[in-house]
Design a protein around this ligand. Structure first.
Ligand SMILES: [Zn+2]
Length: 392
């Protein structure tokens, strides 16, 4: 089974400079590759492949203009072209927007496809070009083979490495789906999660307080003059707040997903599909953060289900889940404000969230296409995506 381990890095000043070169070169190669692809398409509608672009890199490195590309791990920058290919595929499959040029203000990252070594006894991590090792917070050991790793820098200047490790443990077999041990989960705003067994998990209060502050501070930012010192200061303040929110939310979600996947009475968890494409179109900050929180939670829950031998069933986006009475009547008049409603036909009164989670469960049990899904290790990369969304 492949698992991801994340550590904070503590580079020396020189290492920091070289790490920043890696971020810069990776960003450059992405932007350059994207530009080349767009140009070629404009000229004669050809789609340059990753390999055609990759072949140009050694030639560029020989020129004076781009000789600085030689200073960094060549596999790291090549892997950006692979990412670019994936971004195009996702776009063609209508799973995401057209790839964008990357700016320095985004979260910085580069991949290390090979040769990551962790020396736990010396508290050092070795990656190509950093053979002397970078210090890290040695808080958790792992046993297994490293497949690749991923270095990131937050807008507040913290460095992290996520290491993908094959631990050679066998994925536990999953039990048969049966109604008694199945729960449906509905994600919401007032309650973070409502579970079909009647449990409501409220959004932690500290998160709400911090989100209110975030809204105020980001309004301030938009009032600051462009390119002013104050704007920069405000941006860092905002980034720190984002980081705090991301961390405390992740902590809360880790605990909740652990609890759910360790409940002895639960073998199967059903949830709705969250539409990422729709989410990215959401411009309101509060909505955006909420969407990211849901997506991150679903990702955590999916891979924990794999680790601990539970089924995870994902049903389609099912709009009327809070409007559908067990008698089959759909209440089209239900508005977002109505927390409870009484069915005009059978007379049963419903709590809208509990009803939704129960409907999600029922659909998961009967819908033929909603087979248990296996999550794969790309979850941890998706996790990174979720992280970077959260910190934007
Ligand atoms: Zn009814």
């Amino acid at each position: 089974m492949i698992r991801a381990f994340k550590y904070q890095l503590f580079p020396t000043k020189e290492q920091e400079t070289l790490l920043n070169k890696h971020f810069g070169c990776s960003r450059f190669v992405w932007n350059w590759g994207l530009g080349e692809k767009m140009k070629a398409y404009q000229v004669d509608k050809t789609n340059l492949t990753r390999y055609q672009l990759q072949a140009k890199l050694p030639i560029m490195k020989k020129t004076e203009e781009f000789s600085w590309l030689k200073e960094v791990n060549s596999l790291a920058i090549q892997s950006k072209l692979e990412d670019l290919d994936k971004a195009y595929v996702a776009f063609y499959r209508k799973k995401s927007d057209f790839p964008k040029f990357k700016s320095k203000k985004n979260k910085q990252s580069f991949r290390v496809p090979q040769n990551t070594k962790v020396k736990f006894d010396e508290s050092k991590i070795i990656i190509p070009k950093f053979l002397e090792g970078i210090k890290f917070d040695n808080h958790r050991k792992f046993i297994g083979e490293v497949s690749s790793s991923y270095v990131t820098k937050t807008p507040t200047g913290k460095y992290h490495i996520s290491i993908l490790v094959e631990d050679n443990k066998i994925i536990p077999t999953k039990p048969q789906v049966n109604e008694k041990s199945t729960i449906g989960i509905d994600l919401g705003i007032s309650n973070f999660a409502t579970i079909s067994n009647g449990t409501k998990v409220v959004n932690p209060r500290f998160l709400k307080i911090k989100l209110d502050r975030l809204r105020r501070e980001s309004n301030k930012l938009s009032r600051n003059k462009k390119d002013s010192k104050n704007r920069d200061k405000q941006r860092i303040k905002l980034a720190k707040l984002h980081e705090q929110i991301t961390n405390s939310r992740k902590d809360f979600q880790h605990k909740l997903s652990y609890q759910l996947t360790h409940d002895k009475q639960v073998d199967t968890i059903v949830m709705e599909t969250l539409s990422i494409k729709q989410m990215s179109k959401n411009h309101s900050l509060a909505r955006h953060i909420q969407d990211c929180a849901w997506y991150q939670f679903q990702t955590l829950l999916k891979y924990k289900c794999d680790w601990y031998g539970k089924n995870f069933v994902q049903i389609g986006k099912y709009e009327p889940s809070s409007k559908l009475c067990s008698c089959g009547i759909i209440n089209h008049e239900l508005t977002l404000k109505d927390r409870n409603w009484t069915c005009k036909v059978c007379g049963v009164t419903h709590d809208r969230d509990i009803l939704a989670s129960n409907n999600i469960k029922q659909i998961g049990l009967v819908q033929p296409e909603s087979k248990p899904v296996e999550s794969d290790f790309s979850c941890s990369l998706k996790q990174e995506t979720a992280d970077s969304l959260g910190q934007r």
